[in-house]
Design a protein around this ligand. Structure first.
Ligand SMILES: Cc1cc2nc3c(=O)[nH]c(=O)nc-3n(C[C@H](O)[C@H](O)[C@H](O)COP(=O)(O)OP(=O)(O)OC[C@H]3O[C@@H](n4cnc5c(N)ncnc54)[C@H](O)[C@@H]3O)c2cc1C
Ligand code: FES
Length: 491
């Protein structure tokens, strides 16, 4: 069997867990505790995990964070399981899913126990925004339930190997994955934070009840009645329309980052990256660190989108950055075997005769993120399309409360920014929730005021985050304006 595990890395030391064995079809797969099922299968060469319902086309890893449906598989008889966020367990049986699952297969789920819990604050999402919110609320004595779809807390931090900028208050100088470890450890110190990992918040019901499907070894239907809710669901990577974009090997850049940096699995041998924002440039560098050859980085605009320092670093290592270029085709039978790039003119029309065929097995799409806001839309929150924020986002007050009373938003779900603003928004939302719960004193109110002032009048004034500031300004209103919005008077 091939071995795609990374054993040497300039920054990361992959201390793998205990060995476990599970079954994939009729094969025995050796994996390590802590890996997701998909990562373990990818490490030994599997690339196709699902087939599309109509045409039976192969589907592979795409987002690696449970945001798409590319990896739906059958685990111990349970269909529609996202194996990118399902941990390996000794002896489980996994099968690829061919198209739509038969509802009779879901029978196992019929006897799942329903458990009702009441709490002061429900935090949905265990990324930087959710973790910070849970900690701040718990420090002030609130009873907190924290649910996170992934079995590991930390959100996107777990795959970030770079050191954070800025002040020590927000982990300046510490690498992303270390921050995730620090916060997760801190969460465990509070016996008033009740954590449900593998817990997917599937719906918002009357009286503020949230349904949470806890999946995996001990499935549960958790019904949480919370006085306040902070939803910090993060974001998903945007896809790109081109021929062959469904092929395994076409992946979100963040998906490849998860494989490499979280699980220590090399996502391929030869890659092309599409998009030259900071994520695209950083990914290209991290691919090189993981031993992947980067054939080219294509950018449709006439200039590089990310920082010069990142671009210079990969150029020095021999990566060609082709501006005014994009991908037009990925080709291969069951996985990517080739990619075709083409030059574009100033009107974004492909220039005939400029096609370049690259011998690659990996096409990484890095063209931006979109906030995950389905939960807010389903809850009935008033939403607005804001391109600078990445798409559809809920309108909120300066204190992060949406038009659904006692439902707060924080982090990327409130509009795409980065982890530091996610921490700050998480804290503001928690302080607002504390005030609503009557657990806030003058000190809480003052702290909230100071943070809002710092965020808007200092932090977001930096040129690199100005666009995000402008986007968020379009959806942030006063308490008075929100009262009008709640009764249907839109500004
Ligand atoms: C793919 C990707 C790559 C990134 N790479 C970088 C980078 O290299 N450098 C950088 O500075 N920034 C990067 N960012 C941005 C930065 O990481 C984010 O701004 C930050 O993590 C946002 O924090 P968050 O808490 O809002 O969301 P996240 O960190 O995304 O956390 C959200 C959490 O919510 C959980 N969740 C989602 N839906 C549900 C649900 N329905 N029920 C329960 N739980 C749920 C998820 O499992 C996840 O753990 C990246 C973002 C993404 C999406
Ligand atoms: S949901 Fe698993 S790859 Fe997207």
């Amino acid at each position: 069997m091939p071995d795609y595990r990374i054993y040497e890395h300039p920054i990361l030391d992959f201390r793998r867990g205990r060995r476990v064995k599970f079954y994939y079809r009729d094969k025995v797969i050796e994996a390590y505790e802590g890996e997701s099922i998909l990562a373990a299968l990818y490490a030994v060469g599997y690339r196709v995990f699902n087939r599309s319902p109509k045409l039976g086309l192969p589907r592979g890893a795409y987002c690696m964070i449970g945001k798409c449906s590319s990896c739906l598989s059958i685990v111990d008889g349970v269909p529609n399981t996202r194996i990118c966020i399902e941990p390996v367990r000794e002896g489980i049986h996994v099968e690829p899913q061919e198209g739509l699952a038969d509802i009779r297969m879901a029978r196992k789920q019929e006897n799942v126990e329903t458990v009702k819990v009441e709490t002061d604050l429900l935090v949905v999402g265990g990324g930087p925004a959710g973790l910070k919110a849970a900690l701040v609320a718990a420090e002030h004595g609130a009873d907190v339930v924290l649910v996170n779809d992934h079995y590991v807390l930390g959100g996107q931090l777990v795959k970030q190997t770079h050191k954070f900028f800025g002040s020590r208050d927000y982990f300046g100088g510490t690498r992303g994955f270390r921050i995730a470890e620090i916060l997760s450890k801190k969460i465990k110190e509070y016996n008033n934070i009740h954590v449900y990992t593998n817990g997917f918040a599937y719906g918002y019901f009357k009286d503020g009840v949230v349904g949470v499907a806890v999946h995996g070894e001990h499935p549960l239907n958790l019904l949480v009645k919370a006085k306040t809710i902070i939803a910090a669901l993060g974001a998903a990577e945007k896809g790109l329309d081109f021929e062959g974009n469904y092929l395994p090997g076409v992946m979100g850049a963040g998906g490849a980052q998860t494989l490499m940096n979280q699980y220590g699995v090399r996502p391929g041998d030869r890659a092309v990256v599409v998009g030259s924002g900071n994520v695209g440039l950083i990914i290209a560098y991290q691919l090189l660190q993981a031993g992947v050859k980067v054939e080219a980085l294509a950018e449709i605009l006439p200039r590089i989108g990310g920082w010069f320092v990142h671009a210079a670093k990969i150029r020095r290592l021999g990566v060609k950055i082709l501006t005014r270029h994009s991908i037009v085709r990925a080709a291969g039978l069951e996985r990517v075997e080739k990619a075709v790039l083409q030059a574009y003119d100033e009107h974004f029309r492909p220039i005939p005769g400029t096609e370049k065929e690259l011998d690659v097995d990996l096409v990484l799409i890095s063209i931006g993120l979109q906030p995950d806001t389905k939960f807010f839309a389903q809850a009935g929150a008033v939403m607005k399309w804001v391109p600078e924020a990445g798409g559809l986002v809920p309108i909120r007050t300066w204190g992060q409360e949406t038009s659904v009373e006692n439902l707060f938003v924080a982090g990327d779900a409130s509009g795409i920014e980065e982890a530091t603003t996610a921490f700050i928004e998480g804290e503001i939302a928690a302080l607002s929730a504390l005030l609503k719960l009557g657990l806030g004193s003058k000190e809480v109110e003052e702290r909230r005021g100071k943070l809002i002032d710092f965020l808007w009048n200092e932090y977001r004034m930096a040129p690199v985050v100005r666009r995000a500031r402008e986007g968020k300004l379009k959806v942030t209103v006063s308490e008075e304006e929100m009262k009008k919005i709640r009764v249907g008077e839109y500004p």
